[in-house]
Design a protein around this ligand. Structure first.
Ligand SMILES: [Zn+2]
Length: 299
């Protein structure tokens, strides 16, 4: 276990926030989350070594369901549709070229981009999931964590969906993204928003705290600063809501399945669904998605 400094501003200062357990997969251990008083980023500190933390991405991780054969119902088109907005956003900002998806899981997003004419490559550290993407879907996926493998050349777009919060060193990863992006290349990062009203309301019970997989919890400001520190300038930050996250957070808080009563179903309709729609429009999305270019890119 090592104490870690803030990846955004480099400060070693910390204020205790919460002590939490893994409520999603029940991976053993208690984890301390601290807040950086300089920039507002939260982090797990001390932190187990990466080799220990990667075991917490067990076969039961929900995003691995299709690749590991637990769910068969959704056809590929429906699964790719989850990335509809990301595919549209990238398409309107860049012509098809080479794309690297870091933490590509079973390759749904890669398939969607391939259909748009992109030459797609992925990195995935869960071997069985990466094997599925390669063998069942014919995708070019390198097995390993991003810091362990060769990124193989220069790209027109690099994407990290729900990945930056898991990394040992997000700043080092973004520096590497800068080195592997073409001059007019696009960097897309999606992560959760620890400054959102919902995160502040649920605190330690917020579903996205998700220790020990999530090490870092960024605010819109601290993500922008991290990008600037590594040679990027942000074009736009999009906000998304998620009733799924709200409902799992309610379950964490009360220790009971949601919904489990008529009152819960009324709550879902009158509060949770409207919150999912309204919070992104007022800059309070629980997920944030950044589109950036290299600083000084001449477009
Ligand atoms: Zn900081």
């Amino acid at each position: 276990m090592t104490q870690i400094d803030c990846t955004v501003c480099g400060s070693a200062a910390q204020r205790p926030a919460w002590t939490v357990k893994d409520t999603l997969l029940e991976f053993p251990g208690e984890h301390k989350i601290v807040r950086c008083p300089e920039c507002g980023t939260l982090r797990m500190s001390p932190r187990p070594p990466f080799e220990e933390r990667r075991k917490a991405f067990t076969d039961m991780y929900p995003l691995f369901d299709w690749a590991l054969g637990r769910r068969h119902t959704a056809v590929a088109d429906e699964r790719i549709a989850r990335f509809h907005n990301q595919i549209a956003q990238i398409s309107k900002r860049h012509q098809p070229g080479r794309l690297l998806d870091i933490g590509c899981s079973d390759g749904d997003f890669m398939l969607g981009m391939k259909r748009r004419g992109w030459d797609v490559h992925g990195i995935e550290m869960h071997k069985k999931v990466a094997d599925y993407a390669r063998e069942e879907r014919g995708l070019d996926v390198t097995v390993g964590a991003e810091h362990e493998v060769d990124w193989d050349g220069v790209y027109d777009c690099i994407t990290l969906f729900g990945v930056i919060e898991d990394l040992d060193d997000p700043s080092a990863c973004l520096k590497r993204c800068n080195e592997h992006l073409a001059e007019d290349g696009l960097l897309v990062i999606q992560t959760h928003n620890i400054a959102s009203l919902e995160a502040r309301f649920f605190g330690a019970d917020w579903f996205n705290v998700e220790a020990p997989r999530h090490v870092w919890h960024f605010t819109p400001k601290s993500l922008k600063l991290l990008l600037m520190n590594n040679g990027f300038s942000q074009d736009v930050l999009l906000h998304y809501g998620s009733a799924y996250v709200t409902e799992r957070s309610i379950e964490n808080r009360r220790g009971k399945v949601f919904p489990s009563s008529t009152m819960d179903r009324i709550l879902r309709k009158l509060i949770i669904m409207p919150v999912e729609r309204i919070t992104p429009r007022i800059g309070q999305g629980i997920e944030i998605e950044s589109y950036s270019r290299k600083s000084g890119a001449n477009l």
